[in-house]
Write a protein that binds this ligand. Structure first.
Ligand code: ADP
Ligand code: MG
Length: 251
């Protein structure tokens, strides 16, 4: 529910790393800023249909999905700025919390070869867009910034996940935490990681994502870190994290 904590960077780069392992991966951009679309090199200027049309017009997902030029197994349902009006445009829709879930169910059942992973990149607020993401998802991955008091605000997020679980999506689980923006030079960063592990145990991935300037440069080239600078520390860390995410669903 916060901005600038590494949600998009994590979604895009884990998705891209999984795609290079041969898995077919879809990223749903659910943030009107369209950062995930940008980072995947996918067109999303005003007029390009994407998640808004799925949510508000009832469009099917399949025809609006674009293949990322970065990898043949990597796909994106783009977001353009019109998505900023979606929450208001959906107010009178029936079952408005479940629009994305139903659209994705249809998409998954009709898509061949099958899609192995779907990542939904959420906006930084708890509105109807995020609720749609939480209703459509089976799991929640939370990136935690190792810089500030990381656990602050997390209680509210967990209560909201729980609320959606009880009322709308009984199988939803906050399954995975990833420590991001780790700066080894500060004592605080290490303390935050220790505190997060202490609190959340096995939910926390072993991989920790360092603060790495290459990660912040990649999106302006429309590239995930894996293609932008595959040997950077950020790329290596996200590949490790992706390996763990993959191992969790196959074990
Ligand atoms: P959110 O989606 O939560 O708003 P972003 O993933 O867009 O957050 O990250 C916020 C900013 O921080 C972006 O400019 C991004 O490029 C940068 N960033 C994210 N992770 C890292 C990292 N590990 N090292 C350096 N910069 C990062
Ligand atoms: Mg974002």
């Amino acid at each position: 529910q916060k901005g600038g904590v590494g949600k998009t960077t994590t979604a895009v780069n884990i998705a891209a790393a999984l795609a290079t392992k041969g898995l077919r991966v879809l990223v749903i951009d659910l943030d009107p800023q369209g950062n995930a679309s940008t980072a995947l090199g996918v067109e999303h200027h005003n007029g390009v249909p994407g998640s808004y049309e799925v949510l508000v017009d009832g469009s099917a997902v399949g025809p609006l999905v674009q293949q990322s030029p970065e990898h043949e197994n990597l796909f994106c349902l783009p977001a353009s700025i019109n998505l900023a009006g979606a929450e208001i445009d959906m107010v009178s829709a029936s079952q408005r919390e479940k629009v994305l879930a139903s659209a994705l169910e249809t998409y998954v059942n009709q898509t061949s070869p099958r899609i192995d992973f779907i990542f939904i990149d959420s906006p930084p607020s708890l509105g109807l867009l995020t609720v749609n993401a939480l209703v459509a998802a089976t799991e929640v991955l939370v990136p935690i910034q190792c810089e500030y008091y990381a656990l602050e605000g997390l209680g509210q997020l967990l209560r909201n996940v729980d609320l959606v679980k009880r009322n709308l999506n009984p199988t939803l689980e906050m399954s995975t935490i990833l420590c991001v923006m780790f700066d080894a030079r500060t004592k605080l960063a290490g303390q935050v990681v220790a505190e997060v592990r202490d609190h959340f145990g096995d939910k926390v991935l072993r991989s920790v994502i360092p603060r790495n300037v290459r990660l912040s440069e990649a999106p302006s080239f429309g590239q995930p870190i894996n293609t932008f600078d595959p040997m950077s520390r950020g790329a290596i860390a996200y590949r490790d994290a992706a390996k763990e995410v993959h191992a969790r669903v196959t074990s």
